[in-house]
Design a protein around this ligand. Structure first.
Ligand SMILES: NC(=O)c1ccc[n+]([C@@H]2O[C@H](COP(=O)([O-])OP(=O)(O)OC[C@H]3O[C@@H](n4cnc5c(N)ncnc54)[C@H](OP(=O)(O)O)[C@@H]3O)[C@@H](O)[C@H]2O)c1
Length: 248
């Protein structure tokens, strides 16, 4: 399939987890992909290698999206390598869970810095290059609606992502650029393992409320992102799409 042939995409935080799955899916659909990472060079290189082995095109670019100069450098490197930019997937994200009494300034600034400021800075840099039929896809989370206990900061960042998706769809729409969010439920990733949610009682509770009866895998999310990246979704903008097997 080549529904993204000729398109150039940046996927932030694509060295592992959901981002790696998205990078591979966009490349399989024909896009040239920039695999962004902050520290996991080996992971990003492995994703690039898998894409190349499957006949796709990709490069790895290091950038901490929460820093304006690095977000700008990520976009510059993309345009230098591939000559254009059509799709931005704002996937980079971190999550730390803590009840109210344990929230620290450091946790707050880290999560809002990457999940919210990083998304804004990367989109700001990318918007200068996105043209008619450009697509920005933000990775939110169902937590913005489910609001589980112990997630005030993380759910706060994803609530902000929902709102920003709406605002930017209005700001960029007149230029033909669409802005949507995919809001996953629980997905088995390196990050989810590290956070201790995989194999926890919380996972059992989520699966119990999920009509499709399991948690997600990165490729489940990647398929939905590939649709929003393509012109098949040309009349969708400002949408918050839950990708959670029916969990809501
Ligand atoms: N897993 C879930 O259950 C779930 C559910 C809903 C939503 N989400 C969202 O999905 C996204 C990906 O989550 P995941 O579970 O796949 O996480 P993950 O396995 O921990 O991967 C996170 C990715 O983000 C990158 N990253 C971290 N800080 C960065 C920074 N400052 N600049 C650029 N990249 C940075 C990491 O790169 P390095 O390794 O190089 O640092 C890594 O590639 C996040 O936005 C998360 O909130 C996840």
């Amino acid at each position: 399939m080549s529904k993204l042939a000729g398109k150039v995409a940046i996927v932030t935080g694509a060295s592992k987890g959901i981002g790696a799955g998205i990078a591979q899916a966009l490349a399989a659909d024909g896009a040239s992909v920039v695999v962004n990472y902050a520290s996991s060079k080996a992971g990003a290189d492995a994703v690039v290698e898998r894409i190349a082995k499957a006949g796709g095109k990709a490069i790895a670019v290091k950038a901490d999206v929460s820093k304006a100069d690095e977000a700008q450098a990520l976009v510059d490197a993309t345009v230098k390598e591939f000559g254009r930019l059509d799709v931005l997937v704002n996937n980079s994200g971190v999550y730390q869970f803590a009840p109210l009494e344990e929230i620290t300034e450091e946790q707050f600034h880290r999560q809002f810095g990457i999940n919210v400021l990083g998304l804004l800075l990367t989109t700001q840099a990318a918007a200068k290059h996105l043209g008619e039929s450009g697509s920005v896809i933000n990775i939110g989370s169902v937590v913005s609606h489910i609001t589980p206990p112990g997630s005030a900061v993380y759910s706060g960042t994803k609530g902000a992502v929902d709102a920003i998706t709406g605002v930017l769809s209005r700001e960029l729409g007149p230029r033909g650029i669409r802005v949507n969010s995919i809001n996953p439920g629980m997905v088995e990733t390196e990050g989810a393992h590290d956070a201790g949610v995989i194999g926890s009682d919380f996972q059992d509770e989520v699966v119990g409320h999920t009509p499709l009866g399991r948690i997600g895998q990165p490729d489940d999310i990647a398929r939905a992102v590939a649709f929003l990246a393509s012109d098949d979704s040309r009349w969708l903008s400002g949408e918050l799409v839950k990708a959670a097997g029916g969990y809501r």
